[in-house]
Write a protein that binds this ligand. Structure first.
Ligand SMILES: *Cc1c(COP(=O)(O)O)cnc(C)c1O
Length: 367
């Protein structure tokens, strides 16, 4: 069975090093916020080409804490997209802020800067914008920042699917006021449990985030601001240090597989393939095609032992917890009805991709 993601294979690829890292932590006597977290934070900052990384408990809290540190409060409005995991929106609601959904660009399936400009002029209360680098495809951050700064809104990049993606050679996460990463096991950089981080180029902002993640402490036992507990633990940090060393090579493998899909499927008429813009480095967390008869293709592939993901089948504004019947986002709704994520992760081979393509081309001929 070909899987849409394979966290076990990702562990097995580095099993010896990971076991050694776990042993090192067990023997150290430090289990929370110790030398492994500190080293991982430095190494991830170096990967981002300088800046500050603060490890937290998961990606959802990374978004929430980043927004809080930027001053977002209950009653404020925060703009984001509706074709994302509900975690992005849950982070906004944890603060008591109100999510405002912005339409996407149908080419990239990420936030449309033009739609953002229209939303910001209609809703001046928007304090922050959370674009999502969906599937590892960079959102148009230069344009989004230009639009947001005109209305004084801050920008938190949701980089949960885009470790290593870049625009003009510059890594995503380094554009906005802050960035949130998730290390959920299936992500391009995945732990063996929950984990997340906030990245920023601003030292004072990083210090504030450090306070927020641990009870608002300025120093031990002295809370300067209201805080909470959202910590990355030593075991996960040690595992992430191993995986980080291989992130670039594994992303290159993802791009190679994606390149093979793009070549082999370019004449599959009923499919729309992902578009990578000039100067963009796609991290291919997912290789996502669009196809009108999505559910039929998915079933046909599953029949042949190929399991595909659908990220995401129902836009957030159509889900019971967040339903907004009055809101219409035609491009978002169409995308959610058509997207299909083909298996694309570093444990796959070129011949795996070929067998997926063979099945798709066969199906394509019979429909
Ligand atoms: C995974 C993910 C999150 C949430 O991360 P968790 O670590 O699961 O909390 C947020 N946004 C996006 C786009 C994600 O893919």
């Amino acid at each position: 069975m070909l899987l849409p993601a394979d966290p076990k294979a990702s562990f097995l690829a580095h099993a010896d090093e990971i076991r050694a890292a776990i042993e090192r932590v067990l023997a150290s006597g430090h289990y929370i916020l110790g030398p492994e977290v500190e080293s991982f934070e430095k190494e991830f900052s170096a990967y981002q080409n300088d800046g500050y990384t603060v490890g937290v408990a998961n990606g959802t809290e990374a978004i929430e804490i980043a927004l809080r540190a930027l001053g977002v409060k209950a009653g404020d409005a925060v703009a984001t997209v509706a074709n994302t995991v509900t975690a992005t929106v849950a982070a906004i609601e944890q603060i008591g802020a109100k999510p405002v959904f912005v339409e996407i660009d149908p080419m990239t399936l990420t936030m449309s800067p033009v739609a953002l400009a229209a939303t910001l002029s209609k809703t001046p209360a928007i304090k922050a914008v959370v674009p999502v680098h969906l599937y590892g495809q960079p959102a148009d951050l230069p344009a989004i920042l230009a639009v947001a700064s005109k209305s004084g809104a801050k920008v938190v990049e949701d980089c949960a699917q885009a470790h290593g993606a870049a625009i003009g050679g510059r890594k995503v996460g380094t554009f906005g006021d802050a960035a949130a990463f998730s290390f959920y096991p299936t992500k391009n950089l995945g732990a063996l449990g929950d984990g997340g981080a906030i990245f920023t180029r601003d030292e004072n902002f990083a210090a504030k985030v450090r306070q927020l993640r641990q009870y608002g402490w300025r120093e031990r036992y002295i809370s300067e601001i209201p805080g909470r507990n959202s910590r990355l633990d030593e075991l996960q940090a040690a595992i992430l240090r191993v995986k980080l060393k291989y992130l670039e090579a594994e992303n290159a493998k993802r791009r190679e597989l994606a390149g093979r899909y793009l070549t082999r499927l370019k004449n599959a008429g009923t499919l729309r393939l992902p578009q990578v813009g000039a100067g963009q480095t796609h991290a291919f967390h997912q290789f996502t095609v669009r196809v009108a008869k999505r559910d039929a293709l998915r079933a046909a592939l599953l029949d042949r032992g190929i399991s595909c993901g659908i990220l995401y089948p129902v836009p957030v504004h159509r889900q019971p917890a967040f339903a907004d019947a009055a809101l219409s986002l035609p491009e978002t709704e169409r995308a959610c009805a058509e997207v299909l994520c083909l298996p694309c992760h570093p444990a796959l081979t070129a011949s795996d991709v070929d067998s997926v393509c063979d099945e798709i081309l066969r199906w394509n001929q019979t429909t």
